[in-house]
Design a protein around this ligand. Structure first.
Ligand code: PLP
Length: 449
């Protein structure tokens, strides 16, 4: 029963990103079932999943053909590795399928199990590339404040969330510039002027570190866990120009943006970014199996391949046959059903338009979004943008009310964030929006606004 499961969980299970005191006192929900866009806990509560799991179940929870593809693959070849010249059919086919759906300069992939490992791989690829072209001094990586690129030591070093960075003892070859978070940092400035100004912090950082020492800049097209930070239109073209001019590899972390979240297959396409390396994970298997990787653009791949020798890197499960079978079937569904296009042209505009209804809500400071991706900033004073009770957890309160009322959304800082499955229809989006509205009303009245 739930009570004894929860007690065992509290006794033995160390949860990621969970406050240990809070968990010891209150425990949490134990999920036991999922269907379409709904998740059910062991006490029978039904929740609309407005986060697609951890931004990964873009096609919801009932994709039977992915489950069958994994089952079939487990019967044929449950495991073999890809080291030492070995391969397996799903890995080969998924590599080709990924090349087919990614921008034209991507013709190679390196598989990992997760986004974190993929970002570690990016660093090693960038270093190897500059070693091979005779520029070994180019070792430094520039990332952004408040970024999340994963939890391994290297990925957490890339990340710009201060608590995480500190616990990881951030690697000394990673440096950070500001994020293009206009609501937080831009104040009265014109958003596009702000976008250019923040992008140009990259030039200043490259000058400070020395162009001959900088290997790469890494960023998400839209920063997700940092709070769904939608960059001003001016931002990415300026970043791209700087990377091109300064011989800096551009790494797009597509772990959240990839596979349709922002309206196109990849966030890089939504924003016209031309990355040299692209990280993917999560939705590549619809979250059903652990799989990530790096799409290696021709600029880097040509040098690696021409250089010969081995890339001294690999994971026991790189290109795991069952995970790749899940990826292959996920890509087939995405291609055959036009789900990305339908979500972008029909459901996402409805989602974004309905969210805008809350712009005038007394505790809403900003509503921002792109595709099936959105954030609502909570304030106690709309004109001064004073945050809603940050010390007593205004946004946490709002999230808790939403959760209690059957809506899974997240809170980051003072914002409510959402990434519903792309398979939601308009009516399901209406349910999400209404539940969010009820949570906003309850929060306003709780804080007397
Ligand atoms: N990069 C981004 C942008 C992410 O959002 C995440 C996870 O949320 C990661 C990397 C790390 O991926 P994983 O948790 O699969 O290691």
């Amino acid at each position: 029963d739930t009570a004894s499961l929860r007690k065992l969980d509290q006794s033995h299970h160390l949860h990621p990103f969970t406050d240990f005191h809070d968990y010891a006192e209150h425990g949490g929900r134990i999920f036991s079932k999922a269907e379409h866009i709904y998740i059910y806990d062991s006490e029978g509560h039904k929740m609309l999943d407005g986060m697609s799991g951890l931004w990964c179940c873009n096609l919801g929870y009932s994709q039977q053909s992915i489950i069958e593809a994994v089952y079939h693959q487990m019967q044929e070849l449950p495991y073999y590795n890809n080291f030492f010249n070995c391969s397996n059919q799903p890995a080969v086919e998924l590599a080709k399928a990924l090349v087919d759906v990614t921008p034209a300069n991507f013709n190679h992939v390196f598989f990992t199990n997760s986004g974190s490992e993929a970002n570690d791989t990016n660093i090693k690829l960038a270093h190897r590339y500059f070693d091979l072209i005779g520029k070994p001094s180019k070792k430094l990586i520039i990332s952004r404040k408040n970024a999340y690129h994963g939890s391994t030591v290297a990925a957490a070093s890339l990340g710009g969330m201060s608590a995480m960075h500190k616990q990881a003892r951030g690697l000394d070859y990673v440096h950070h510039i500001n994020q293009p978070h206009w609501f937080e940092e831009g104040a009265e400035e014109d958003p596009n002027a702000f976008g250019i100004r923040v992008a140009q912090e990259l030039i200043a950082k490259i000058d400070e570190l020395g162009e001959d020492n900088v290997a790469a800049f890494i960023a998400e097209p839209v920063q997700g866990a940092g709070g769904v930070i939608i960059p001003p239109d001016s931002y990415w073209p300026e970043v791209q120009r700087i990377c091109d001019e300064r011989d800096i590899l551009l790494i797009a972390d597509e772990v959240i943006c990839g596979f349709g979240r922002t309206g196109k297959w990849f966030g890089s396409e939504t924003y016209g970014i031309k990355p040299d390396l692209m990280t993917f994970a999560k939705a590549v298997t619809n979250g059903y199996m652990p799989l990530g990787g790096v799409m290696v653009g021709d600029r880097v791949a040509d040098v690696l391949l021409a250089g010969g020798g081995e890339f001294a890197h690999g994971l026991t499960y790189s290109g795991h046959p069952a995970a790749c079978a899940a990826g292959l079937e996920t890509l087939r569904i995405l291609k055959d059903t036009n789900i990305i296009e339908t979500a972008a042209s029909d459901v996402a505009p409805h989602f974004q338009a309905r969210l805008q209804e809350y712009v005038d809500h007394p505790i809403v400071g900003q509503v921002r979004g792109k595709g099936m991706f959105a954030a609502v900033e909570l304030v106690s004073d709309k004109s001064s943008r004073e945050r809603l009770a940050p010390e007593s957890g205004g946004a946490v309160y709002c999230r808790n009310v939403a959760n209690e009322n059957g809506l899974m959304v997240r809170q980051t800082g003072d914002a409510m964030i959402m990434a519903p499955p792309l398979v939601c229809n308009r009516e399901e989006i209406d349910i999400l929006i209404d539940k969010l509205g009820a949570a906003l009303d309850a929060t306003a009245s709780h804080f007397g606004i």
